[in-house]
Design a protein around this ligand. Structure first.
Ligand code: DGY
Length: 326
């Protein structure tokens, strides 16, 4: 039942019921109870009459959608990344976009480090071997991996999550930390992370573990491709917790097969949830389904922040964490 004069918002994917309850204190709320992946046309149709939408990275917000939904005022992404937003189209239509920074920083950095460790120490490969009943005896070189403590941690993209990964490496594992970023950090932040700014070429050449934490933009498409992989050490590991499309997955599969780098740990993929078929066949890759921020506590915090953005903007005209100019 709709209430007269109450704005209507759409929650475009399945979400914690408590967040829907919170939104219902302010709005008429339409939900996606079966958590279907709606087509663009279906999303536009469901958005009719809605002034706000709570989305995830899988709903594309572009000119065609906004033209079809002229009542829409705000789209609140339940993600820190917002490459599903066409920011120019949103600005042209006067639609505010928000994301969920900060609440996922430490959890995502934890996961980045989990992939560093799992990849270096061949965790999934050795577990599959054991589960397959192939473990018959101890051997001096059984799943011998690469060192984490004391090695060189390279970070491409030194925002909040990159800094979290750096602190874990420097303070927890005594690693030398080098990074490359669009802009250099201030001296105090560099000191806190014990991180040294280097060129992208030096980063590629020196890192034993290269962690990608940069946002996806068209300019970052295939920031790591065949040429960059050739610059890495044959003993190096590549970790991607950023976005699919930043790595050329076909070139990566080739580099892993050819021994150009040692191994990779990947949480994000080009065209996900599809995964490049060759990556699935290679033993020296740890693969996870885009779960870097997936703890119950963090996913709840992200959902609440997205809802709070809708409430703050639609009741007081001020979003909490906007990514579009107002
Ligand atoms: C993010 O927050 O951008 C994560 O990738 C979750 O989708």
């Amino acid at each position: 039942m709709t209430h007269e004069n109450r704005p209507t918002v759409l929650v475009a994917r399945g979400i914690f019921p408590e967040v829907v309850v919170k939104l219902r204190q302010h709005f008429d709320v339409k939900t996606n109870d079966t958590d279907e992946d709606w087509s663009a046309a279906e999303l536009a149709s469901r958005l009719q009459g809605c002034v706000g939408a709570l989305t995830t990275g899988s709903q594309r917000i572009d000119d065609a959608l906004l033209t079809a939904c002229p009542q829409l005022k705000i789209v609140a992404n339940m993600a820190v990344g917002y490459n599903n937003f066409d920011l120019t189209a949103m600005a042209n239509h006067g639609v505010v976009g928000t994301n969920t920074p900060d609440v996922l920083t430490e959890t995502t950095a934890d996961f980045g480090f989990a992939l560093v460790l799992a990849t270096a120490r061949r965790l999934t490969e050795s577990e599959h071997f054991l589960r397959a009943g192939l473990w018959t005896r101890w051997a001096y070189d059984l799943f011998a991996g690469s060192e984490v403590h004391g090695s060189t941690l390279g970070i491409l993209g030194m925002g909040r999550i990159g800094q979290g990964v750096a602190r874990r490496g420097a303070h927890g594992f005594g690693m030398r930390v080098i990074y490359h970023n669009r802009s250099r950090l201030d001296a105090a932040t560099e000191a806190e992370c014990k991180a040294e700014y280097v060129s992208k070429n030096d980063l590629l050449a020196q890192a034993d573990h290269l962690v990608l934490v940069l946002p996806y933009t068209p300019g970052n498409h295939h920031a790591i491709g065949a040429a960059e992989l050739k610059q890495m050490k044959p003993t190096a590991n590549l970790i991607n917790i950023a976005r699919g499309g930043i790595v050329d997955d076909a070139a990566l599969a080739q580099a892993l097969r050819d021994g150009q780098i040692a191994a990779a740990g990947l949480d994000v993929f080009e065209g996900e949830p599809q995964v490049h078929p060759e990556l699935l066949t290679l033993p020296n890759v740890v693969l996870t389904p885009h779960i870097a921020s997936a703890t119950v506590g963090t996913r709840k915090a992200m959902a609440h922040l997205a809802a709070d953005n809708l409430i703050a903007y639609l009741t007081q005209g001020q979003p909490l964490t906007p990514v579009t100019p107002r």
